[in-house]
Design a protein around this ligand. Structure first.
Ligand SMILES: CC(C)(COP(=O)(O)OP(=O)(O)OC[C@H]1O[C@@H](n2cnc3c(N)ncnc32)[C@H](O)[C@@H]1OP(=O)(O)O)[C@@H](O)C(=O)NCCC(=O)NCCS
Length: 101
């Protein structure tokens, strides 16, 4: 196994809860392949949109999402607690993203 993706089916939409690739397997297209599988699954459900939220500082994930067709919908201020490695920093904003399927 190189990675995982968790996606929730909602009445009209689907929401990506998490996506991750093992550190040693990153930057070789696994993330993009996982996202393509998520999009195919949500389209199979006839979901109208795929939604997600991501830490504004998670630039590698945001690049993957933009490359996969997601657009920015807005920002939810102070949504995430600080990462353990950045405990001195305050809470982090969430970037809301989606794409029509
Ligand atoms: C976000 C994440 C899933 C991306 O996974 P990934 O497998 O590295 O994704 P990809 O390989 O498709 O793309 C990553 C980069 O590698 C590049 N890449 C892809 N295939 C490549 C190849 N064969 N050779 C060189 N570079 C390549 C992509 O262009 C991309 O570059 P960019 O970051 O400059 O845009 C991964 O970084 C991760 O697991 N992060 C930790 C968990 C996380 O934050 N998840 C999101 C929130 S839940």
């Amino acid at each position: 196994m190189q990675g995982y993706a968790i996606v929730t089916r909602l009445p009209f939409e689907a929401e990506l809860q998490a996506i991750g690739v093992l550190p040693e397997c990153r930057r070789s297209g696994a993330g993009l392949a996982l996202m393509e599988a998520v999009l195919a699954k949500a389209k199979g459900w006839s979901s109208e949109r795929l939604l997600l939220e991501v830490r504004v500082g998670n630039l590698s994930a945001i690049r993957l999402y933009k490359r996969s067709g997601f657009g920015e919908d807005g920002v939810r201020k102070g949504y995430y607690p600080p990462l353990p490695s950045q405990a001195a920093a305050g809470r982090e904003d969430a970037l809301l993203m989606s794409q029509v399927l």
